[in-house]
Write a protein that binds this ligand. Structure first.
Ligand code: IMP
Length: 178
């Protein structure tokens, strides 16, 4: 275990089994279709890379990068698209892939933005869901794991841009924050 982790919430094998299962479910559901996978960077990069290899579908891949300023007292809740959205999702079946659904503010913003492009359908797939923290009315269509209110890192998720490369998902030691 990494020295900065308090404990491991999901080990590599548990994540891998669940992601494979999610891939099978999506493959069945989208049979005969060619969905576009929309990876919300950077946290969903690892999840997307693993999940897409379990999709037996002629899918395509796009990404979007967002900046959240939700921790800044001056601009609470403000989110911006940090990379230009030059996507054309018109008439496409879009599968949005997100690492974690927390307050829901990021995804609420993203879903509204993407709806403007008139996709044929949109499905929200998240690896982790923290329902106890929800502030915006967003629910995922498919959830990997429902977790309690703890700050987790690894498997793409970061603290201060670090720990994304950990193969497991774990809770940081409080001493790391101070
Ligand atoms: P929301 O807008 O509050 O739902 O936050 C979503 C974003 O916050 C995620 O895409 C993550 O980047 C970040 N986030 C929320 N909770 C955690 C966590 O426990 N660990 C790492 N990042 C998190």
């Amino acid at each position: 275990m990494h020295k900065d982790l308090d404990y491991v919430m999901f080990d590599q094998e548990t994540i891998s089994r669940r992601v494979e299962e999610m891939g099978r479910m999506l493959t069945e559901e989208y049979a005969g279709k060619s969905p576009v996978l929309l990876c919300i960077m950077k946290g969903s990069l690892v999840f997307t890379a693993d999940l897409m290899r379990h999709l037996d579908l002629p899918c395509t891949l796009e990404s979007i990068t967002l900046s959240s300023y939700r921790d800044m007292a001056t601009r609470p809740g403000a989110i911006e698209v940090a990379s230009p959205v030059n996507l054309d999702l018109t008439g496409r079946d879009v599968i949005i892939l997100e690492d974690i659904l927390d307050t829901g503010k990021t995804l609420s913003f993203t879903l509204n933005l993407l709806k403007l492009q008139n996709p044929a359908s949109m499905k929200l797939v998240v690896l982790l869901d923290k329902p106890s923290r929800r502030e915006a009315p967003v629910e995922a269509d498919l959830v990997g794991f429902t977790i309690p209110d703890a700050f987790v890192v690894g498997y793409g998720l970061d603290y201060d841009q670090k720990y994304r490369n950990l193969p497991c998902i774990g809770v940081l030691k409080p001493s790391v924050y101070s």
